[in-house]
Design a protein around this ligand. Structure first.
Ligand SMILES: Cc1ncc(COP(=O)(O)O)c(C=O)c1O
Length: 381
């Protein structure tokens, strides 16, 4: 059987991983500033994570939500504290798309409406409503197309106000990434997030903060929307939540009252997934990783900004992007093959950095040195 061709792949077989490093089958070491799509949050194979998962697997790996699960309660308790949202309720699933799907559905159950406001360059996943709210027609199949999604320009308060003035009573939810990831690391302005909060409250629409990529401490705060000092009604999470174990979640503000039976899942919140998520939360707290993401991220942003050949360095914490001019279009390739550094990309010419939140300053320096050498080499060529 042939494998389905999912993504363009690098011809590298990873056989070992530790912290911010991975090793291939020939023993070559790579600095991982990509974390396999922003997934590695506490570092590869963290000893506490390995121990928590291994001992859980030796007890019970899976049972469904038909039995009481103290691990879920422990996770809800710890996550409530770490995220600063102790009064929200947690629903566990297994991926980011599923988190957004459930959030959009719950919003519609809540206010009985159908329209969704999403933004240009958004990415919310590949399942039915999540992909319909994603601004990329090439991945929206005819069956996913719906007139219920309105795409507005990102960070445009006037356009948002005009949309609510015209059809606010039909809008069920507004879904926004606090920092757009796939769209190229675009930070939602504080004013824009505050306007979403105000208008959603005024019109009884649900503010959904897609925190699948920018959440879980990556921005230097637990949720990137926290920078704007606003609370969303639903936050969706996945990626860093399980440090590689597939788990996602939504947290739901107390004024939303989902009824029993509205949401459900077979795999969501199983024993192993909870053990992984608990290990992540425990390590994040013990090792102050959110603070580390803020500090090392700011250091990287400051130093990258000093390299004149890079354009528009942007982001928050350890979610960073910059534009690469045409003259250095091979930069990402050279970082990987010459300097053994994994980075991410966004079309057409953006490099994305999405490392573990435990990235050290000396790892950041390794990248900076490599980029300085490359732009020097590129300039001389
Ligand atoms: C902001 C955002 N939302 C949702 C998703 C979908 O998550 P998943 O691939 O786990 O379904 C992604 C994935 O990249 C994402 O970046």
């Amino acid at each position: 059987m042939k494998l389905f061709d999912v993504y363009p792949i690098n011809n590298i077989i990873i056989e070992k991983a530790k912290g911010s490093y991975v090793w291939d089958d020939k023993g070559e070491q790579y600095l991982d500033l990509y974390g396999g799509h922003a997934v590695i949050s506490i570092g590869h194979t963290h000893p506490h994570y390995v121990e928590r998962l291994t001992s859980q697997l030796n007890k019970v790996g899976f049972y469904s939500n038909s039995v009481k699960m103290p691990l879920q309660e422990e996770l809800a308790e710890k996550l409530g504290k770490l995220s600063g949202k102790p009064d929200y309720q947690l629903f566990l699933i297994s991926s980011g798309a599923e988190a957004n799907e459930n959030a959009l559905k719950l919003a519609s159950f809540h206010n009985g409406r159908k329209k969704i406001v999403a933004f240009k360059k958004s990415f919310h996943g590949r399942t039915s409503l999540a992909v319909a709210a994603t601004d990329n027609p090439s991945i929206v199949a005819p069956v996913n197309q719906t007139p219920n999604v309105i795409f507005l320009p990102f960070n445009d308060v006037a356009a948002l106000e005009a949309c609510f003035a015209a059809q606010g009573n039909e809008i069920s939810s507004v879904i926004i990434e606090g920092i757009q990831g796939v769209g190229g690391i675009n930070v939602a302005s504080e004013l824009f997030l505050q306007a979403i909060r105000r208008l959603c409250r005024e019109y009884n629409a649900v503010f959904i903060a897609d925190s699948v990529q920018c959440g879980y401490g990556r921005s230097g705060k637990f949720f990137s929307q926290d920078y704007a000092g606003v609370d969303a009604d639903i936050y969706t999470m996945a990626k860093g939540m399980g440090n590689g174990f597939p788990i996602g979640g939504i947290i739901i503000a107390p004024h939303l009252q989902p009824k029993h039976g509205m949401l459900g899942t077979t795999f969501g919140g199983n024993h192993l997934a909870c053990a992984a998520a608990l290990a992540v939360v425990e390590v994040m707290e013990k090792e102050n990783l959110i603070q580390n993401a803020a500090e090392v991220g700011q250091y990287l942003i400051d130093e990258l900004t000093k390299i004149p050949q890079l354009q528009n360095v942007r982001g928050r914490g350890l979610m960073i992007g910059f534009d690469v001019p045409e003259a250095f279009k091979d930069l990402r390739k050279n970082l990987l093959w010459k300097h053994k550094i994994f980075t991410g990309e966004a079309k057409p010419n953006v490099i994305r950095l999405l490392p573990s939140l435990a990235l050290r300053k000396k790892d950041a320096d390794q990248l900076l040195e490599a980029i300085r050498e490359e732009v020097q080499v590129g300039a001389e060529a």
